[in-house]
Design a protein around this ligand. Sequence first.
Ligand code: FES
Ligand code: FES
Length: 157
Amino acid sequence: MNDWDVRVTVNGVPHRRTTQARTLLSDFLRHELGLTGTHVGCEQGACGSCTVLVDGEPVRSCLMFAVQADGQQVETVEGLAGDAELSGLQDAMMREHGLQCGFCTPGVLMTLTAAERAGCSAEEAAGPQLGGHTCRCTGYAGIRAAIERHWSRRKDS
Ligand code: FES
Ligand code: FES
């Protein structure tokens, strides 16, 4: 018996699926739930593209089995924007041209969202937090400018 019953809440929506024990959380999100905003790059935990939040913590979804997320809350990039507007971070990324091909962007946004919630400074966000992500387009200048813009807007509000 290799099939497991997985119940998981993703972006506030409860899901229940039967899946193989070996199914990665990244594949579960993309192929079972159709949430293709989570990208898969290295599949080795190195690039950060597949980062999602599980119970609020950033995780590499290519290193986690879907069954390990059973009963937990998962957040993906699809859950960041409201019905009519982007999240503050998404808006800053757009305005500062923080993405080129956009492949790394969902993972970067999820890590930065967790960093923001944890009260990280802009320096921490642009340094160690962003350091866990590989942008193949070498677009870090724009991402750092977006972090600067977003964190300074928060200070001013
Ligand atoms: S695809 Fe998961 S860390 Fe690269
Ligand atoms: S924008 Fe292309 S990989 Fe980062």
